[in-house]
Design a protein. Sequence first.
Length: 385
Amino acid sequence: MRIVYFDCFSGVSGDMLLGGLAALGADLTLVQDQLNEFLPQKVALQVSPQLVNGIMGTDVSVIGEPSASYKHLPEILDILKQSSLTTAEINAASQVFSRLATAEAHIHGVSLEKIHFHELGAIDTLVDVIGFFLAIRQLSIDEFYCSPLPLARGFASMSHGVYPLPAPATTELLKGIPCYGVESDIELVTPTGAAIITTVCSDFGPFPAATPEKIGYGSGKKRRPDVPNLIRVISGQMTPTTHGEEIIGIIETAIDDMNPEYLSRLFELFFQIDGALDISVQNVLMKKNRAGFQIQCLVRPDTIPTFVEFLLEETSTLGVRHRQEKRTIRPRHLQQITTRWGPAIIKVWKDRDGSVRFTPEYDSCRSLAETAKVSLPRVYEEVWL
């Protein structure tokens, strides 16, 4: 499977993405010709090498009528329907613009039907989004991954006045996406860039288990004194593996002054919250030689704030630790089998040599034992047979 990894060490924008794809080998002259088949006005894509802080990148500029603008979402969606994109590409591009419109509508407190795109309706945004999908078609990419995103601090002039960075629409689009703050007063992640990558990328984190084959750099328009304003785009083949990788959130706290009877309710409530993966408790010896216990929660990364509040509310702790880590898991699935007492659920997976293994699911076997009024070990024996 061919993948692309967007290393956004200096942010991401629409033109940076196009530049990175061009550096990987996408023919933007062909993209330009395809765009001019259906866009309401003619455009030109100016592609040029750009040396940025000693690294050679590819700069892409859109040459078109600056006055041309498409303010409403239905106008843009009509243009997409007339394009040469495939149905899947039209759906993906429509999702990008719909998410942009939804973010703007939320920020300005208006309905989706009344939202005006302002800068986002300019011709270069149309070219950035549609051109992106035309370019990746040439590269035959199966899946996209992205690094966590750097967010600047400062202010930028926009159509409504001076706004804080990152732009309000950008922060809206990045809900649930791993980000980190940097000392920069340049807009690093634009709404268009955020909308594209959060639509196409399946994961945000370290480089996946893959073999890099091509590396390209897309150049941004502004210059930073400390970091090259580039995006690194890496294409390659996924490394065959029997394991899967994912990013999880880990939340921990150590307590020595809480009634341990409360833990039963804590466990019950934990698994009722969306995003809960697992919870465990270990005995620990704390300061002043006090016996206590450490609670560790495994959760989806986007739900860390929810579970932080949960522990602060449901335990006696005054503080918790939280972080994100990579977890390697073996792909598995649940399967129903037939026993003499009825159906039971088993968990099935494959070893590296392809051999199939399974284990009974406790809850299913317990329910079967209670219904059939037989012992749990007998149900397990039946399942193993």
